[in-house]
Design a protein around this ligand. Structure first.
Ligand code: C2E
Ligand code: CA
Ligand code: CA
Length: 404
């Protein structure tokens, strides 16, 4: 089998790395067997035999020191690669205290190895960590994350990430007003993975940057086609809009706005038809979000507050942040038929949104009853399974042709 981008295959008796080499990658054994050894006084000393699921070579990722032992495949072996860049990204997100401790411990460990080597007793110190130092669950989880991150990178490169579109209905005219772009990942073996899972994985690393740009580009290209189809059927209807989700990590990226602007320009897409959705609970610095939103609006894009009511719900946020749309979170819509308080909150949020001059979207509209209730409250847009599920651009086109 040829090597995939993030796995490497070693046949029996081939070296994975050698003592003294500089290391920039660590490995996780997917299948096969690996021996870690050193040469002591001309003798081959085995330090450990590693089996599938085990991680090795990780110390060289954290410091710049050379490998302290040699690794060789003693069976045909498949390894997943973890690069220094990946690990550094993760470390950046950890507590500075933990980061410092890790470096200190590793540096002390290296020093001990050097002293032990001088004293001729390297073997014990260089032995791979025994399995019971970390619970199997933690280890599987941590390694699983790196593995999934690699798979996600590969999916992005191979264009295996799909963008689906969920229509937003104009509650007054009964016509589709626009769409929300929602990313889909159909994993080759695990099947569809929820964006809640893979987007948060992408947010933990810088992967969200290229994924976000990929989604944006795809959405804009598709929207040009959808708009052309719509024009054939309803030439006088207002232009369709596309809403794209934005993560804190993207907002923190200095050239993000320029990149959005150039994609929009390249495609001749009307800026007013692009809506950027941010959530109330963004981790980015509040002032940064405020400035970012105002720059976006100056370029003609609109801004929506997503999942409204579930974040900090601080009205202070609304005071400074200039937006165009409030999207009432699905939790309230789902509960409003049974829970009078939820219903009152929806009424209140719709009024608040109107008073501020924003358009309002009710999310998670699942039934005819919900639809009628929200129409009675004069909510402008509805989004939910009752209207339509997120689906491919091809399926959306079919429905636009039928006058949706
Ligand atoms: P979201 O932005 O709040 O998107 C709405 C989610 O609600 C979507 O879930 C949609 O499929 C689901 N939904 C819509 N109508 C209904 C309904 O009537 N009932 C129920 N139960 N659910 C409904 P999905 O596609 O699983 O996405 C989950 C979240 O993942 C999104 O929540 C968004 O935060 C994030 N996400 C998805 N794609 C992207 C992306 O390209 N970039 C970023 N940054 N986040 C994304
Ligand atoms: Ca959203
Ligand atoms: Ca939402």
């Amino acid at each position: 089998m040829p090597d995939k981008l993030y796995t490497q295959t070693f046949s029996t008796d081939t070296h994975i790395f050698s003592e003294g080499e500089k290391g920039i990658i660590a490995y996780v054994i997917e299948s096969g067997l690996v021996e870690i050894y050193t040469i002591k006084k001309g003798k081959h000393v085995v330090l450990g035999i590693l089996t599938p699921g085990q991680l090795f070579g990780e110390m060289a990722l954290i410091d710049d020191e050379p490998r302290t032992a040699t690794a060789i495949a003693i069976k045909d072996t498949v390894l997943t690669i973890i690069s220094r860049k990946q690990l550094i990204e993760r470390l950046k997100n950890t507590e500075p205290m933990l980061r410092m401790l890790m470096r200190v411990i590793i540096s002390r460990y290296r020093t001990s190895i050097r002293h032990a080597r001088k004293a001729g007793m390297i073997s014990q110190l260089n032995t791979p960590l025994p399995d019971d130092t970390m619970s199997e669950e933690t280890q599987t989880l941590a390694i699983g994350k790196f593995r999934q991150e690699n798979e996600l990178r590969e999916a992005l490169l191979n264009k295996d990430l799909l963008v689906h579109y969920q229509p937003l209905l104009n509650m007054e005219t009964g016509k589709w007003a626009g769409f929300e772009a929602l990313t889909r990942w159909n994993h080759p073996t695990k099947g569809p993975i929820s964006p809640i899972e893979f987007i948060s994985l992408a947010e933990e690393t810088t992967l969200i940057i290229p994924i976000g740009m990929y989604v944006l580009r795809q959405a804009i290209e598709d929207m040009i086609i959808l708009q052309a189809e719509r024009n054939k059927i309803l030439p006088d209807a207002p232009p369709l809009f596309i809403a794209v989700n934005v993560s804190s990590r993207q907002i923190e990226e200095t050239d993000f706005i320029d990149n959005i602007a150039s994609i929009v320009k390249e495609n001749g897409f009307p800026p007013a038809s692009l809506k950027l959705e941010i959530t109330e609970s963004m981790t980015a610095d509040y002032q940064l979000v405020v400035d970012w939103a105002s720059r976006c609006r100056a370029l003609g894009f609109s801004i929506a507050i997503d999942d409204f009511g579930t974040g900090y719900s601080s009205m202070e946020h609304l005071l400074e942040l200039e937006v165009d749309t409030l999207k009432i979170d699905q939790t309230f819509i789902k509960k409003m038929q049974q829970n009078p308080k939820a219903r009152k909150l929806v009424v209140g949020m719709v009024r608040l949104s109107k008073a501020l001059g924003y358009s309002t979207v009710a999310e998670g509209l699942e039934t005819e009853v919900d639809f009628n209730t929200l129409q009675g409250m004069s909510v402008e847009y509805g989004q939910g399974f009752h209207i339509a599920k997120p689906q491919s651009a091809e399926k959306i086109i079919e429905q636009l042709k039928n006058g949706a």
